[in-house]
Every structure is written in structure tokens, then in C-alpha cells.
Design a protein around this ligand. Structure first.
Ligand code: CP
Ligand code: NVA
Length: 307
């Protein structure tokens, strides 16, 4: 069991492994758009467990596995025994005897860690309350494919210090860029991994203008993440003034990219003119989920393939 690699947080891979994944994502993306078949995973099965809703994560994993020659199975809480209280350790033992890799989207990170601890096969985090590593992997690849290395660049996050934001923070430390986060009082980013993030990696402010200054990427997310719906009204009030507008984008670098993991709420966290405007790369981000996850699955199952 010790040799199985999991992808539970962004910090689970090394910078060198990320460089491999970005290069490999580019190869697999080019191959897919040229219509070339690449099917190293014939006969391999992914179990996908969803305890929260999804469009992109489900489709990108399912399409990606099919393209690699494998198969992906969808399980949700309602129709599986997970929703009836079967311990996650038992679910892990059973799923990993019948599938080659497991993807899970759930609430607590601790649950994903317990699943991985009892799995014989690699486990991928498809979003928890704490992290969303596949998203930031796709986002950074989206930057890399346009502009090259993200090292030394500045990323501005506007809004909730949530799972995606916390993943950007791990990525900043690992890949050598700076993260500037503007959040309202009470919604600040907190690190949960015990690392000290110095001022070269992280700057926290309440001022969105200050955060976007010098930014190469401006990114945001919904005011209310899945699982926090009861706070929706309070959040809408607290986040007033934290919309990414055309005026705010003008304080960033002239060709800064706008990113959003989606789904988006136009008129709340982002103005329609920005998300539908020329600096927005949100559709590339969504598509790239599939390409980077194919590279990730290949890496976890087959190692550093050169095929
Ligand atoms: N960005 C993202 O993870 O989208 P879904 O919730 O649709 O999977
Ligand atoms: N922060 C959002 C991301 C959705 C993809 C959530 O957790 O709901």
C-alpha cells in the first residue's frame, strides 16, 4: 500500500512532478484535438464518488477516462450505501478491490484522507470544503500554455478565502509565485497545512484594488460555496464590493487573465463584461480540467509516461 500515490492536496506532488504534468497535459491535449487515439488504460476503471453537485468535475473525469481507453463509474450519496452510513473505510476497501483509481468530491478533507488510508489504489480529491487541487492544476496549466512558467508571477484572489483559494496558496509556495488575497472581514484565507507563508508568497488585504495591483491573473469564486448555503444572505452582504469589475481589472497588469473555476454568478462575484470579455479564459480553464486530469491519472497509474 505504501507505494500508492494519492492526490489529496496540491502539496502532494513536487514542483518537478508538476512540470512533468504541465508538459504531459500539453501533449495529451494536442493529441486529443488531432483526433489521435491514445488508450493506455484499456480495462481500467475509475470509481467517482460525489457527495456534492458537479458538472465539470464529473464530465471531465468521465470523458478523460473514456479517452484514455478506461471507464468511469458514478456513485452518489443518495443511491449508494455511502448515504446510509457505511463507513468510508469499508467503502475504500470495497471500491479499491474493483477499481484502479478513485475520485471523490465530499465535505471534509478528513474523509478523503480516511478513504485514501484504506484504499489500495490512488485517490484523487475532486473538491472538499478545504481544497480543490484539480481546479488549480487546470488553472495553472491554462496560464502556462499561454505564457509559460508561472514562477515569479502574481495572482490576485478576490473574495472568499475558500477551498480554491487555499489551494492557490499551496501552489504559490510550491511553484514560486505570489498570491494576493482580498477578502472581507471574517472570510479571510487561513492555511491548514501547518506551513508558514511569508510575505513573498502571501499578502492578505481587505482592499480588492490593492490585491489586483501588479497581478498577472485575477481570479474569484462564488460568494457561497457548496455546503455553506445557510450563510447565503449574510455572505451576499459581506461580499458587496468584492465583485471583479472592468474598473477593478484596470488596476491589474494590462494583459492580466481573468479566471473563475465556475459555476459563476454574473452580477455577484464577477461582472458579465469581465467573464464574457477578452481577458477571460474561463472556458479554457474548464476544458483544461479534462486534459490535466488525464495527465494526472496517467501519472498516478503509469508513472512518467513518455509515450
Ligand atoms: N469547477 C468545478 O469543479 O466545477 P463543477 O462543480 O461543475 O464540477
Ligand atoms: N468554492 C466552490 C467551488 C465550486 C467548483 C465550492 O466549493 O462550491
Amino acid at each position: 500500500m505504501t507505494s500508492v500515490r494519492h492526490y489529496l492536496q496540491f502539496s502532494d506532488l513536487t514542483p518537478d512532478e508538476y512540470h512533468h504534468l504541465f508538459a504531459r497535459s500539453q501533449v495529451l491535449k494536442r493529441r486529443q484535438s488531432a483526433g489521435e487515439l491514445y488508450r493506455p488504460l484499456v480495462g481500467k476503471v475509475m470509481s467517482m464518488v460525489f457527495e456534492k453537485n458537479s458538472t465539470r468535475t464529473r464530465v471531465s473525469f468521465e470523458a478523460g477516462m473514456a479517452q484514455l481507453g478506461g471507464h468511469a463509474m458514478f456513485l452518489d450519496t443518495k443511491s449508494s450505501q455511502i448515504g446510509r452510513g457505511e463507513p468510508i473505510e469499508d467503502t475504500a476497501r470495497v471500491l479499491s478491490r474493483m477499481s484502479d483509481i478513485i475520485m471523490i468530491r465530499t465535505f471534509e478533507q478528513g474523509l478523503v484522507e480516511r478513504l485514501a488510508a484504506h484504499s489500495r489504489v490512488p485517490v484523487i480529491n475532486g473538491l472538499t470544503n478545504e481544497y480543490h487541487p484539480c481546479q488549480v492544476l487546470a488553472d495553472i496549466f491554462t496560464y502556462v500554455e499561454r505564457h509559460g512558467s508561472i514562477k515569479g508571477k502574481t495572482v490576485a484572489w478576490i473574495g472568499d478565502g475558500n477551498n480554491v483559494c487555499r489551494t492557490w496558496l499551496q501552489a504559490a509556495r510550491l511553484l514560486g509565485f505570489k498570491l494576493k488575497v482580498a477578502s472581507p472581514l471574517g472570510y479571510e484565507l487561513t492555511a491548514l497545512d501547518g506551513h508558514h507563508y511569508g510575505p513573498d508568497v502571501l499578502e492578505l488585504t481587505q482592499d480588492p484594488v490593492r490585491a489586483v495591483q501588479e497581478a498577472d491573473i485575477v481570479t474569484t469564486d462564488v460568494f457561497t460555496s457548496m455546503g455553506y448555503e445557510a450563510e447565503q444572505i449574510a455572505r451576499r452582504e459581506a461580499f458587496a464590493g468584492y465583485q471583479v469589475t472592468v474598473a477593478l481589472m484596470q488596476h491589474a497588469k494590462p494583459h492580466a487573465l481573468f479566471m473563475h473555476c465556475l459555476p459563476a454568478h454574473r452580477g455577484e462575484e464577477v461582472a458579465a463584461e469581465v467573464i464574457d470579455g477578452p481577458q477571460s479564459v474561463v472556458w479554457d480553464e474548464a476544458e483544461n480540467r479534462m486534459h490535466v486530469q488525464k495527465a494526472l491519472i496517467e501519472f498516478l497509474l503509469l508513472g512518467r509516461s513518455q509515450d
